[in-house]
Design a binder for this molecule. Structure first.
Ligand code: AMP
Length: 285
């Protein structure tokens, strides 16, 4: 099985991309922080269907972690990631060091308004500036035709779409559906921190959100369905950061005639999980 080549510097990345671009090939980028699971691999598969070359970046980005968060302990295993990517359709893995990504004295930060407001930003005010800055850099370094991001991180996807539009970045931003474990828990590198009863109870997050979406779709008011969902998440053993029903496109206040999204973050056994589910538009509500 073909194991992807590895580039570790911007110069090396550009040198490897040049012949592909010269041949008119369509290039896709899949940004990740590694510790790859089936969710990441589904993104690779999705873009491999429409693009000639797939580049996967693996970079645990320090600027999106607060000092109290798990940057130091975030799972890192590039060898195992390369093995998982063998035969996946990925032709190149880009794994820059922190000093390559943030040269000495780095002073430029990309901040996005609009969809960054609220939700994740309340708990993690540093987060989207870190994400937007590193994704802008990856898109400039790789200059892909397509970049794919998971719906799992729904607010992040909206922030990146906004940034690409506002900065006229010549890239098509594509969304990948959330891949889940058999019990519904969204796959996440942080699930590895959970075990036993906590892991089993963690499935209650998705169950509560799905129940709320179904209730709204069958006529329950948004406020009451969201309140029930919060109770359901708490009953599963979580401390709730937020559960909100928002407009799916703008992340602004929900408009019942447009697709919505129930978006949540909650902590169980010290592990913070996020998830979200769609709510269909209805002319009846
Ligand atoms: P991460 O490595 O967690 O930064 O995620 C890298 C990319 O994979 C992001 O675009 C995520 O939204 C996406 N992703 C993470 N988990 C999943 C999942 N369970 N299903 C689909 N995509 C995912």
């Amino acid at each position: 099985m073909h194991r992807p080549d590895v580039a570790t510097t911007v110069a090396d990345l550009r040198a490897r991309l040049a012949p592909w671009r010269g041949a008119g090939e369509r290039i896709a980028l899949v940004p990740t922080m590694g510790a790859l699971h089936a969710g990441h691999l589904s993104l690779v598969k999705a873009v491999a269907e429409t693009c000639d070359r797939v580049v996967v970046s693996i970079f645990v980005n320090p600027t999106q972690f607060a000092p109290t968060e798990d940057f130091a302990t975030y799972p890192r295993d590039v060898e195992s990631d390369l093995a998982k990517l063998s035969g996946s359709g990925a032709g190149l893995v880009y794994t820059p060091a922190v000093a390559e990504m943030y040269p000495d004295g780095a002073s430029t930060v990309v901040t996005v308004g609009g969809p960054s407001a609220g939700l994740e930003s309340n708990a993690r005010p540093h987060f989207f500036a870190g994400v937007a800055t590193v994704v802008a850099k990856l898109l400039i370094q790789c200059a892909p035709d397509v970049a794919i991001f998971g719906e799992k991180d729904f607010q992040q996807l909206a922030v990146i779409r906004r940034m690409a539009l506002d900065l006229s970045l010549p890239v098509e931003i594509v969304a990948g559906a959330t891949i889940r474990e058999d019990d519904g828990l969204a796959m996440s590198s942080r699930n590895a921190y959970l075990s036993g009863d906590d892991r089993r109870r963690a499935a209650g997050l998705y169950a509560a959100l799905s129940k709320a979406a179904a209730a709204i779709e069958s006529g329950t008011s948004s406020a009451s369905a969201v309140a029930d969902a919060k109770r359901g998440v708490q009953d599963a053993g979580f401390a709730v950061d937020y559960v909100e029903h928002r407009d799916a496109a703008s992340l602004g206040p929900v408009n019942p005639a447009q697709p919505g999204r129930i978006i949540a973050a909650a902590r169980i056994a010290g592990v913070r999980l996020i998830d979200n589910v769609p709510v269909a538009a209805s002319v009846m509500r």
